[in-house]
Design a protein around this ligand. Structure first.
Ligand code: PHE
Length: 359
């Protein structure tokens, strides 16, 4: 038996000292001390020994049992400690590093301006709606009270797509107003949406691009009136341009889909050839607006005797140029990385009314 004890001490003891994982240790424990373990079997045999040998042998076996148990415990502790060290090493964080490296990319001023407009109108309870760039005559013109042969169609310089000759050709939407129609046909009032998106007109010079962007606004409810339109838009321009007392004026205008219609100007000064927004005696046109024409409501299945609404539309590039002092419209589309580095915005600075818009 003593041979066997020595063997267990050597083999199992050695394996415990060399164990690389907790699972190996457990296997060794079962092998020696488990219900059918090698040491356990020896202990079971003690009863068969004469009493005087039994005491001696029992003490030897117990000592080995204590020895192996202690060795397993010690090895388990050592393994846990080295595992912790390994993880601490692997997951080391240098808290003295700057928060993040500066990202290379920039948010384009058009995207930034849309995000800012969405943040401001979102705070006022507007939802964002969208519609297709490729429109049909009905949504872009007819439903907006611009019937065939209406002179307003000429001013829109429309891109028409090649048709099949049978149906009226599709077109690239000339404004975001067709989304008014799509929304009013699909939803019941109260409606409160803004629609940022791409628009197209056959026009190209220093101040016109064949593809540009607009944001449309539409509110329809039972009591909506011109006062709501003014309050909403005055609030908007003051938040957007971050000028609390920005002067605003409304000039009578004409759009077939609004009645009455107006254009909104914001105050500025051009003293010394430099454009500055704010009180200064001069004016800049910023958007078109008006009360939704009763015929437009009716075209969408909304009863004009029960509902009324206001709408507005504004050019996003123009608003961005005025706010950020970007002098040339064409640079928006040139994909010039140096321009984007200069006029673009950091991706982590998402505009919000609580977190702040860009200045
Ligand atoms: N759709 C008009 C344009 O493109 C702008 C507008 C929208 C005017 C809504 C009034 C109401 O010029």
């Amino acid at each position: 038996m003593l041979d066997e004890v020595e063997k267990i001490r050597r083999v199992i003891g050695g394996a415990i000292a060399a164990a690389a994982a907790q699972a190996d240790l457990e296997a060794l424990r079962v092998d020696a001390l488990g219900r059918k373990g090698r040491l356990t079997e020896l202990m079971k045999g003690l009863g068969r020994l004469p009493p005087e040998q039994r005491r001696q042998a029992g003490a030897t076996l117990n000592a080995l049992k204590d020895e192996l148990t202690a060795a397993i415990e010690a090895r388990a502790k050592a393994l846990a400690a080295s595992e912790l060290t390994r993880r601490l090493d692997a997951e080391r964080v240098d808290v003295t590093l700057p928060v993040r490296p500066q990202p290379e990319g920039r948010i384009h001023p058009i995207s930034q301006t849309i995000d800012e407009m969405v943040a401001i109108f979102g705070e006022m309870g507007f939802k964002v709606a969208e519609g297709p760039d490729i429109e049909d005559d009905f949504h872009n013109f007819t439903a907006l009270n611009i019937p065939p042969e209406h002179p307003a169609r000429q001013s829109h310089d429309t891109f028409y797509l090649a048709g099949d000759g049978a149906a009226a050709p599709k077109l690239l939407r000339t404004h975001t107003s067709p989304v008014q129609i799509r929304t009013m046909k699909a939803e019941k009032p109260p409606i409160r949406i803004i629609v940022p998106g791409r628009t197209y007109r056959v026009d190209y010079d220093a101040t016109h691009s064949p593809n540009f962007h607009q944001v449309e606004g539409l509110v329809v409810d039972t009591t909506t009136h011109m006062g709501h339109l003014k309050g909403c838009l005055v609030e908007f321009v003051r938040a957007f341009f971050d000028v609390a007392d920005l002067p605003v004026r409304f000039r009578p205008s004409y759009f077939p889909f609004t009645e009455p219609s107006a254009e909104m100007d914001i105050g500025c000064s051009r003293a010394g050839g430099e454009l500055k927004l704010g009180a200064g005696g001069d004016w800049l046109e910023i958007l078109g607006c008006g009360m939704v024409h009763p015929k437009v409501l009716a075209n969408c299945g909304i009863d004009p005797a029960e509902y009324q609404g206001f709408a507005f539309g504004m050019g996003i590039e123009r608003a961005a140029m005025l706010k950020y002092g970007i002098p040339d419209l064409r640079t928006f589309y040139e994909a010039d990385l140096r321009w984007l580095k200069h006029y673009g915005f950091l991706p982590l600075e998402m505009p919000s009314m609580v977190g702040g818009l860009a200045r």
